[in-house]
Ligand binder design. Structure first.
Ligand SMILES: *Cc1c(COP(=O)(O)O)cnc(C)c1O
Length: 497
């Protein structure tokens, strides 16, 4: 059986269901598989004629081998279907021009790539709880700056045995994002605004999570907290699937010959998405380079160039907000590999980051890093310019996060001359970040985001995605805004305690 160990070496070694249930290891580390599942070239070839769902079942079973095939099939079928996704291909690869292919990961219900993981995680979690003898109902608590909250709500809505409570900073999310959340349907969902910014909201949620007296009262009622954050193995593993799927589609469409290596370009924040691509490569997928694209918060670009991870810098609020991150949590899993799976070195680097604000991985680990990764960044001006150029030249409309990736890919080709066939990973629908996209396309300025959705649709001829359509007319189901110091009471009331 595949077992999972902590990147810091001290936690228990446990099967996947336990790792998914626990989320983070007790020593503060992240769970990683003891070894990579290897796929032979024949196995990879066998993926080519398969549907996305079949590919998912095939890849997942190597890592989640304590789940039965029926359980995995049930999770996959509930997550990836045309009731939830606007494309029957789930994660289609479309052609932008003769050298660039776009993997669109935003056909899910919330129009951003978080759906790829958060549509399936709730099903993994419920089965993992049952499998490990847990009888309690799961309470998911989320603090969100926008995207994750809605994706988690959609994923957990009406999933049996779970409840979800989401807090967002009132005034700290866009009008569209807020509307998406406060109109959420489902019998087990609750959403609250918090007076304050995202940090206040997140601190409040963290305190509730670790409130011993509350946890005790909950246990008496058969309730237990769990988390859906991006370091959970159950969120990372479904992301490996679409790298294999994209490769299979490239072969199927005749864009590459089977066995040929390709590059992936990934707009990166917490390092979860790109790490899944690296895992796919370690499993045998023919990958030449992973290109890591950042915005002004270019900690990762600097890290890939120097081997020094330095968070001692100002945080910049950009037009690609889902990449505005200075501490990329999932990077720890890559460090584990770069250190030769040495938990002491990883613990040391993480302690330095916490205490001094930076760490240096040294020349040999840096050499390993540069074998497979290239890093670059795009300024906000360059990002807007890219949206405009891509639309003018190819008629393709991309969102701000994807545009960061396309701009960095241009820089990659100019710097390296590498013309390997490349898949650009696109992480959000242009409608999701419509204000910046409209600005880039020099359209009428309007403060009304709902009006802009219509205008963008008229200009580009693309339909407004289902999840964003008619939002302004949907009834508000969760209108309450609370103070930071009321959050615990709000949770207790919501749970009937
Ligand atoms: C979350 C997110 C990212 C960053 O992904 P990571 O896995 O955190 O690196 C990029 N783009 C969009 C639109 C996102 O929502």
């Amino acid at each position: 059986m595949m077992l999972y160990e902590s990147t810091r070496g001290k936690g228990d070694v446990i099967p996947s269901a336990e790792a998914i249930k626990k989320g983070i290891a007790s020593d503060g580390g992240l769970y990683v598989p003891e070894g990579f599942v290897r796929l032979s070239m024949d196995e990879i070839k066998a993926l080519v004629p398969m549907s996305y769902q079949e590919r998912a079942k095939y890849i997942l079973r190597g890592y989640l081998d304590d789940f039965t095939q029926e359980e995995l099939a049930d999770c996959v079928d509930k997550a990836y279907n045309t009731r939830k996704f606007s494309s029957a291909d789930i994660a289609p690869v479309v052609l932008m021009n003769s050298s660039l292919n776009i993997l669109e990961l935003w056909h899910g219900p919330t129009c951003a790539f978080k759906d790829m993981a958060l549509q399936i995680l709730p099903h993994f979690l419920v089965k993992a709880m049952r499998k490990t003898g847990e009888k309690d109902e799961i309470v998911i608590l989320v603090a969100t700056s926008g995207d994750t909250g809605k994706a988690a709500l959609e994923g957990f809505a009406d999933v049996e045995g779970t409840r979800i409570i989401v807090f967002y900073p009132d005034g700290g999310v866009s009008e569209v994002q807020k509307r998406q959340m406060v109109t959420q349907e489902g019998g087990n969902v609750l959403v609250f605004g918090v007076e304050g910014n995202f940090d206040d909201t997140q601190t409040g949620v963290k305190q509730i999570f670790t409130d011993e007296s509350l946890i005790k009262v909950m246990a008496e009622k058969g309730l237990k907290f769990s988390s859906a954050n991006s370091i959970n193995w159950g969120r990372l593993v479904p992301q490996i699937v679409y790298y294999f799927s994209a490769y299979a589609d490239m072969v199927k469409q005749g864009r590459i010959s089977f066995g040929e290596k390709i590059n992936f370009v990934v707009p990166t924040g917490n390092f979860g998405n790109i790490l899944a691509g690296y895992y796919a490569m370690r499993m045998g997928l023919p990958v030449n380079r992973m290109v890591c694209a950042s915005n002004d918060n270019k900690v990762l670009t600097d890290f890939i160039h120097s081997g020094v991870y330095d968070r001692r810098r100002d945080f910049v609020r950009t037009i690609s907000p889902s990449m505005d991150i200075l501490i990329s949590s999932n990077l720890e899993r890559l460090l584990y590999e770069l250190s030769g799976r040495d938990p002491e070195r990883v613990s040391d680097w993480m302690a330095r980051l916490r205490n001094e604000g930076y760490y240096d991985i040294g020349p040999s680990a840096l050499r390993l890093l540069n074998e497979h990764f290239w890093g670059g960044w795009s300024s906000q001006e360059e990002t807007l310019k890219t949206i405009e150029c891509v639309y003018d030249e190819y008629g393709y409309v991309c969102d701000t996060h994807t545009a960061v990736g396309i701009d960095v890919y241009d820089k990659y080709v100019i710097t390296t001359g590498d013309l390997t066939p490349t898949v650009m990973v696109s992480t959000a629908s242009p409608f999701k970040f419509n204000a910046s996209v409209c600005k880039a396309l020099s359209m009428d300025d309007s403060d009304d985001e709902f009006e802009l959705l219509k205008k963008l649709s008229e200009k580009t001829g693309l339909p407004i995605p289902e999840g964003l359509k008619g939002l302004e007319d949907k009834p508000v189901r969760h209108g309450r805004v609370c103070r930071r110091d009321e959050m615990k009471n709000v949770v207790m009331e919501a749970l009937g305690l």
